[in-house]
Design a protein around this ligand. Structure first.
Ligand SMILES: Cc1cc2nc3c(=O)[nH]c(=O)nc-3n(C[C@H](O)[C@H](O)[C@H](O)COP(=O)(O)O)c2cc1C
Length: 360
């Protein structure tokens, strides 16, 4: 049985960063899919932000802490690989727990949830978007890119690091600067993280202010006009809010990636965790809400007749979940929690689709 190398939630972020899978990043190695995976026969039948890809399944910003983690998951057969959110300024991770399992099997945004000691299939995520210096991550991304096969795409997730008094123009300029540094690596796509339930600064909630989101997207699009641009957004509760956001950003980006977690406070045996501040919840408990959000945005895009792609994220852990997101209007999907708890999903998706397309 295959033993997978996955993120160890009992260890710190820095420990996991240093204990990446032992993959060879030397440039002379010929990029290729591993032997046990089907060759990219269906290349072109799926797209990601309009770019041809081998499958609709990829990894969301999060589990791929650096180039070694990224190339490891590329070799497991994931087609679109998002380098964990980077900044223009180095930043440390929050302390443990960074991944706190929760008891509930389904939640709503704003709930109070219960911490548990055993790993379930959902957890509160608390990293605070740590980052190395841009010089470091640029060199690391370039090495990883050289290892990808055709039909695989590397996305860099970027965020601003605003001080409390920054104006929206200053925030937009910092996003643009970070995106420019990411684009210099040769990456295929830039994702702007406009939603992080775990940070209290303005960048954590930009998606909730359509004119501000549009200002940032516009500035970044000007800085990297040659690259597809995705906006990663959080929970949007209703159709009208979805339409407002789509209308505001449609001219400045190529797609929306959703949902960056539902937000919840977490109670433990001795009171509230994380100083009573909400954290993003990922995993099975958020799937229904996230799937409904993709349907909501697909309807808004159709109504407003704008050319935006949707990347579905939230609670996917089985091949049929991937299909439901595609049926709901997603062009492609990303997993974060399942990348850690069910890394074999890429292989399972291949078997599942082959069985579905087999005659008889
Ligand atoms: C370990 C981990 C780290 C994450 N870090 C980031 C991050 O740096 N940037 C980001 O936009 N989202 C981050 N996320 C959120 C995921 O990208 C995703 O939106 C969320 O977990 C929901 O997907 P899931 O249910 O498949 O986990 C992280 C998630 C996990 C599990």
């Amino acid at each position: 049985m295959t033993r997978y190398h996955v993120y160890d939630r009992s260890q710190t972020y820095d420990w996991n960063f240093e204990h990446a899978p032992d993959v060879d990043l030397t440039p002379q190695r010929a990029p290729a899919y591993p032997d046990h995976l089907a060759p990219p026969a269906q290349m072109g039948s799926y797209t990601f932000c309009g770019l041809p890809v081998e499958s609709p399944l990829g990894i969301a910003a999060g589990p791929l802490l650096n180039g070694k983690w990224l190339v490891y998951y590329a070799r497991l057969g994931y087609s679109t690989l998002t380098y964990k959110t980077v900044r223009c300024q180095p930043r440390d991770s929050y302390p443990l727990p960074n991944l706190q399992p929760i008891l509930e099997s389904e939640i709503r945004d704003g709930d109070l949830v219960t911490a548990t000691e055993t790993t379930q299939d959902s957890w509160a995520i608390s990293f605070g978007m740590p980052s190395r210096h841009p010089d470091w991550w640029q060199a690391d991304i370039r090495k990883a890119l050289a290892q990808l096969a055709s039909g695989q795409r590397l996305i860099v997730s970027v965020v601003a690091s605003p001080a409390a008094e920054w104006t929206i123009d200053q925030i937009a300029a910092d996003y643009a600067q970070c995106a420019r540094r990411a684009a210099e690596t040769g990456a295929d796509c830039i994702e702007l993280n406009l939603s992080c339930p775990n940070v209290v600064s303005a960048d954590g909630r930009l998606y909730g202010h359509p004119p501000a989101a549009a200002r940032v997207a516009h500035e970044v699009h000007k800085a990297v006009p040659h690259l597809p641009l995705l906006l990663k957004i959080g929970f949007v509760p209703d159709a009208l809010a979805a339409e407002r956001l789509v209308d505001a950003v449609a001219g400045s980006c190529n797609g929306l990636s959703m949902v960056n977690c539902l937000s919840a406070r977490v109670k433990g045996p001795r009171g509230l965790l994380f100083d009573g501040q909400p954290r993003g919840i990922g995993g099975t408990a958020i799937r229904n809400q996230c799937l409904q959000q993709v349907e909501r945005f697909a309807a808004a895009i159709e109504k407003l007749n704008v050319p935006l792609h949707l990347i579905g994220v939230g609670g996917i852990s089985q091949p049929h979940h991937i299909q439901s997101y595609l049926d709901a209007g997603a062009e492609a999907v990303h997993v974060a929690t399942a990348a850690i708890l069910r890394p074999q999903l890429a292989a399972e998706w291949r078997v599942w689709t082959a069985a579905r397309s087999a005659p008889g």
